[in-house]
Design a protein around this ligand. Sequence first.
Ligand SMILES: Nc1nc2c(c(=O)[nH]1)N[C@H]1C(S)=C(S)[C@@H](COP(=O)(O)O)O[C@H]1N2
Ligand SMILES: [Mo]
Length: 530
Amino acid sequence: MHHVSSFRSRLVRAALGALAGLLAAYTALAVAELVAGPVRPSAGPVTAVGGAVIDRTPAAVKDFAIRTFGEDDKVVLRLGILTILAVAAVGLGLLAVSHRRAGAAGVLLFGVVGAAAALSRPDSSGAGDALPSIVGAVAGALALYVLAAAAASVPAPAGADGRAGPGAWSRRSFLTAAGVTAVAASSAGALGRYFTGRQGRGAVASREGLVLPEPASPAPAVPAGARLKVPGITAFTTPNRDFYRVDTALTVPRVDADTWRLRIHGAGVARSRTYTLSQLLARPLVERDITLTCVSNEVGGPYVGNARWLGVPLADLLEEAGVRPPSKGGRADQLVARSVDGMTLGSPVEDLMDGRDAMLAVGMNGEPLPFDHGFPVRMLVPGLYGYVSACKWIEDIELTTFDAYDPYWVKRGWARRAPVKTQVRIDTPRPFARPAAGTVTVAGVAWAQRRGITRVQIRVDDGPWRDADLAARAGVDTWRQWSYRWNAAPGGHDLTVRATDGTGRVQTEQRTRTVPDGASGRHSVFVTVP
Ligand SMILES: Nc1nc2c(c(=O)[nH]1)N[C@H]1C(S)=C(S)[C@@H](COP(=O)(O)O)O[C@H]1N2
Ligand SMILES: [Mo]
C-alpha cells in the first residue's frame, strides 16, 4: 500500500513536471515571438536556429533535404526543431521538480543557443537580434521555476515520503498557475503575431497597389507551335503558383515596396546610387520569356520553370553607374547581389553586360512578383543557375572581384561560376508507368539557356538514337518542348533522351552530382508495357 501511493505520487509529480516544462517552453517561444515581432521576426529563436542549421548544412545534405522533402524541407526542419525543444522541455521539467534552479538554468541555456544562432545569421543586424531568445528564455525560466515549485509541493497521499512543506501548494494551485501561464503565453504570442502581421499587411498593400507599367520592349510572341498539346507535358509557361521555389528563407520576407531601396556601389562605380521602386519603374522596361533553373536540380528533376518576366535591364543601370565589363577594362569581375534576408549571390559582370537580358525583374507572368519569388525586385540572368544570379528580395548590388569575395553558396562548396548545363527531361510517360501497347507519345522539355535547343533524341532500350519532334523555337533563353511517337511493344523498356544545344554540342552522357556546378547526364525512364 505504502509503496503504491508513493509511486503514484511520484508519477503525478513527474507528469506535472513534464507539463511545467512544456508550458515553460511555450512561454519562452511566445515571449520571444512578442519581442521579435515588432523588431525583426527572423530573429525569433525557431527561425534563427532553423536558419543557422540551413547555413551550416553542407551542399550535399542540403541537396538531399531538397530532394527528399521537396519544398517541404523547411516545414520538416521547423517540426524537427520543435520536436527537439519539446523533448528537452519535458526533460527540464522533470529535472526542475527536484532541482528547480538547474531546470531554470537549462531553459536559459537554450536561450543562449537561440541568441547565438540569431547573431550568426547573415541578415543579423547586431546585438539586438539576441533579445528575443534571451528575453523569451528568462520568461521561460521564471515560468518553469514557479511551476516546478508548485509541482514539487503537490501533497502526496498519506503515508508517502514527500512531505508537504508549510504553505504547500495544492494540485489545484498548480493547475491555476499553469492556466495563468498558458493564457499569458498565448496572449504574448498572439500580440507578437499581430505585430509581425501588421508589417506583412503593409507589404501586401504595397504589392496590391502596384501597377506594372507596359514594357518598352515587349516579349517576342511565342509561336503557336511552341506549346504542344500532349497530355502530361510541362506547360510552356509555368503558372506562378506552380513555379518551383528554392531559398533559405524560413519565413518569406515581406518587403514593403514603398520603403524599399536598391543601392548600387563598389569597384568601378563612379558614384554610388540608390533607387526607389518608382524610379526603377519609370525606366524603359523589357519583357522576356526566360527559363530559370536551380543548380540543385537532379537530372529529370522539377527545379526549373519558365515565366514571362518584366524588368529593368541591368546592363543599362550598370553602364550609367560607370561600370565597364572586364573585357573593356572594368575593375570588377563579380557583381554581388544582397537580399534583405542577408543572402549573397555572385554573378560574372562580363555575362551581365554581354547583351543578354539580365534584368532586375518586377513582374512575373503579368503580375508583381509573388512574395515567394522575390517581391518587390529580384535579379534574373538567362543562362546562369539561380544561385549565381537570381537574387530575390534584392536590396544591394556591390561590384567587386571573384578574388575578393565569396558569396553564400560558394562558401558552402558550390562553384563560383555556373552556367546552366544542357538538359532534357521526359515528362510523360512517368517513371514506372504502364502505357498500353501501340502508339505512346513520349514528351518533355529541353533547355540550354543562351544556346538554345536544336535537337532532342530518344533511345528505347539499346536501340538507335531517333530524332524527336521539336516544338517551334521560342528563343534561346527558354526551354523547348519535344515529343516522340513511340510504337510500344509489350515488355519492360528504358526510354533515354539526350539534347543538342545551339552550338552543336550533344549533352554529355557523364553523370555528375549537382554539387558543385549542376548535374549532368541523361534522363531515362523505365516503363512497363503490359
Ligand atoms: N534571397 C534569396 N534569393 C535567392 C535564393 C535564396 O536562398 N535567397 N536562392 C536562389 C536559388 S538557389 C534559386 S534556384 C532561385 C530560385 O528562385 P525561385 O524560388 O523564384 O524559383 O532563387 C535564388 N535567389
Ligand atoms: Mo538554386
